[in-house]
Design a protein around this ligand. Structure first.
Ligand code: ZN
Ligand code: ZN
Length: 258
């Protein structure tokens, strides 16, 4: 597997040559036991991390949130990047992390149906995993994402991908914020928050710590941005109060979307 740069747009694409991956996913689809339920730990690859309040053994029951490698990873954790060229083209080995965050030991399909205390644990797990992946100098970006519907396993989970390249969208956000700052000497996100509160037209959630807005230039219907009100730039530095607030925001926004 390699990461190849599109010479025109600059976008990096994962190039897979392995055919066994769709089969693996298919086998998972047909399996009768849910691999994410408590008690089925042997059905997943060895865990990377788990919240285990009673210090139970890895890959055994007794966890609250569990992180395992993806069954069909887009990227591999081992190895060197080996950046290289092929005449005018650029490529490197597809090194990265692709993890699954199992959000509850119970067989529940949606994050919004979990108790607030459980959603807080999921948010804390994101922060811990991001902090850990950031220590790996090969990586330039860590993204947490979640698919809704069409998932192979219907047990609430999200995914984390760490890549050795910065995704195009993120690059655009970074350079746009930088340009705004160079011109105005103010943070663009802080300015957006101030204006949205003043206009009060697009707010879908607000409390002391977070604001949720339907962005002025949405890319798709029902897009929501959740922004911390306090100027901050690193998710993993999130405090206790913000964790609770984010859990409430996620639950209420996802419920509304449903
Ligand atoms: Zn399950
Ligand atoms: Zn700011």
């Amino acid at each position: 597997m390699t990461l190849r740069r599109d010479p025109i747009t600059g976008r990096w694409i994962v190039n897979t040559e392995q055919a066994e991956q769709p089969q693996k996913a298919q086998a998972l689809k047909e399996a009768e036991t849910c691999p994410f339920c408590e008690g089925s730990e042997a059905l997943t690859p060895a865990e990377i991390f788990a919240l285990r309040p009673n210090e139970s053994k890895p890959d055994s029951p007794g966890w609250e949130v569990r992180v395992v490698p993806s069954f069909s990873p887009a990227l591999r954790i081992e190895g060197e990047l080996h950046r290289r060229g092929e005449l005018m083209y650029d490529l490197m080995n597809a090194v990265g992390a692709h993890e699954i965050v199992v959000e509850t030991p119970e067989h529940i399909g949606n994050l919004s149906d979990l108790e607030l205390a459980q959603i807080e644990k999921v948010v804390k797990t994101y922060a811990l995993r991001i902090a850990d992946l950031k220590k790996d100098e090969r990586f330039r970006s860590v993204v947490v994402f979640k698919n809704y519907g069409g998932d192979i396993v219907r047990h609430s989970h999200s995914q984390i991908i760490a890549t050795p390249v910065t995704p195009q969208n993120l690059k655009g956000e970074l350079s746009g914020s930088r340009e705004y700052y160079d011109y105005k000497e103010r943070c663009i996100y802080c300015d957006i928050i101030k204006q949205e509160i003043k206009q009060s037209k697009r707010i879908v959630f607000e409390d002391e710590s977070f604001i949720g807005i339907a962005p002025f230039s949405s890319r798709f219907p029902y897009e929501v941005w959740l922004l911390p009100k306090k100027h901050s730039f690193a998710f993993e530095t999130i405090g206790e109060k913000e964790v609770s607030s984010l859990a409430v925001a996620l639950k209420s926004i996802l419920k509304k979307l449903q």
